[in-house]
Design a protein around this ligand. Structure first.
Ligand SMILES: [Zn+2]
Ligand SMILES: [Zn+2]
Length: 275
């Protein structure tokens, strides 16, 4: 598990990028090999990065497509399914013996796909340095939707999901907590083209209550830079409520390509939006 102290100085916060997808994630560019990610990070002032590939429930299976990994898989005699733990071992073996000017956390973007339902086993959870959970990947087929497909019921569902996750004490951070983009196809009558309508429907008290709970479970909230840039009004509110309550924010670029490794490139935009 990983948590740092509460930091509200943006210049300090952007020394981390705790949300990077490798080529294991099918949504990431092929250029996102471990070696390329490390080379790109060496050219920045980053002090800490986290590798966070998607983790889906067992019925969906792990999604992997690394060339080197496939070669290793072919060596398996009895065609046993590959486990996520083996993948974690593979990532660690790639990092072994490397002299790097920053720390690398081997993590995952885990799925809290229904209230109190998590994609990972306790053993997998314990094997990770950084447990970043998505609570709102509503665009995925397996994600459980509320029965009533209205804006308000999705707002309530988001908080029910986050609160169950916090109480389960298995998360280091919550990824892109209130990104309305994943709801576009679910409640398009309410949102239309404006995904910020989702976060605008969230009340300060709801955020504050969940944030109080996050202090007890020592869970951070992600400042997901692409989402912050898309929805500045909400994130100014979100950041300032968090600062008042004293929660921990982690920076994540949700990097799917090498140019998105460096969080510091957005420091000035973040300051204008959040402060
Ligand atoms: Zn995500
Ligand atoms: Zn992601």
């Amino acid at each position: 598990m990983y948590i740092h102290e509460a930091i509200y100085d943006i210049d300090d916060l952007v020394h981390e990028n705790l949300h990077i997808h490798t080529e294991f994630s099918t949504c990431a560019n092929r250029e996102m090999t471990i070696d390329n990610i490390l080379e790109a990070a060496k050219k920045t002032q980053l002090k800490m990065i986290a590798l966070t590939d998607h983790h889906h429930p067992p019925k969906v299976g792990i999604i992997d497509r690394t060339e080197e990994w496939f070669k290793n898989r072919k060596k398996r005699k009895n065609n046993e399914p590959v486990t996520y733990l083996e993948k974690v071992e593979f990532l660690r073996s790639k990092l072994e013996g490397q002299e790097l000017p920053f720390k690398v956390l081997v993590g995952a973007e885990l799925s809290s796909y229904d209230i109190g339902k998590f994609s990972d086993t306790d053993e997998e959870n314990a094997a990770l340095d950084y447990r970043l959970y998505s609570c709102n990947h509503y665009h995925l087929k397996y994600w459980v939707q509320p029965e009533d497909r209205s804006l308000n019921s999705y707002v309530n569902r988001c908080f029910e999901n986050i609160e169950a996750l916090l109480k389960a004490k298995r998360a280091d951070c919550i990824a892109h907590p209130f990104d309305g983009r994943y709801l576009m196809k679910r409640i398009e009558d309410d949102l239309g083209e404006d995904v910020c309508k989702f976060s605008a429907a969230i009340k300060d008290e709801q955020i504050a209550k969940a944030m109080e709970l996050s202090k007890l479970s020592q869970t951070a909230w992600e400042l997901n830079i692409p989402v912050v840039l898309r929805d500045p009004d909400f994130h100014r509110r979100f950041f300032n409520i968090g600062r008042e309550i004293g929660v921990v924010f982690n920076i994540g670029m949700d990097a799917h390509k090498l140019v998105a490794i460096d969080s510091a490139a957005h420091a000035d935009e973040l300051k204008k939006i959040l402060l």
